[in-house]
Write a protein that binds this ligand. Structure first.
Ligand code: FES
Length: 130
């Protein structure tokens, strides 16, 4: 267990470690990117967290970055350096972004599966809380 000082944190990366992503190497992706972050002395700026399934299993291995709201897909350990470049140098990680947050929802990149529509009644109940 740990209680980190997040006062210097600028980016939060959520690594999906749900079963589909894990079957495709999510643990190796997580470790490779964490190693790259540490190698560049970015641990204070980039906080990382493992999650359970993020509901985009077709896109495995998935990572989500906040506050940008970018969703990454198809990550592999070999992407670690490019992924960190995309975070801190704002360089495009070609073909690995699946969704981008616009402030009014997430825009899906071309060629990314749409997925299954959520139950509109349940979604309506949730959105009333906001
Ligand atoms: S297991 Fe990663 S999105 Fe479902």
């Amino acid at each position: 267990m740990a209680t980190w000082d997040l006062s210097q944190t600028k980016l939060h990366v959520l690594f999906c470690n749900g079963s589909s992503c894990n079957n495709w190497g999510a643990e190796e992706v997580t470790q490779a990117i964490r190693d790259e972050v540490s190698k560049r002395n970015l641990d204070n700026l980039v906080h990382t967290t493992r999650t359970r399934c993020n509901g985009r299993c077709d896109d495995r291995c998935v990572a989500v970055v906040y506050p940008s709201g970018d969703w990454y897909k198809g990550l592999e350990p070999e992407d670690a350096s490019s992924f960190v470049n995309s975070l801190v140098l704002n360089r495009d990680l070609t073909g690995k972004i699946s969704h981008t947050f616009t402030g009014d929802g997430f825009v899906r990149e071309e060629g990314i599966s749409k997925g299954i529509a959520k139950d509109p009644i349940k979604v309506k109940k949730v959105s009333k809380k906001f």
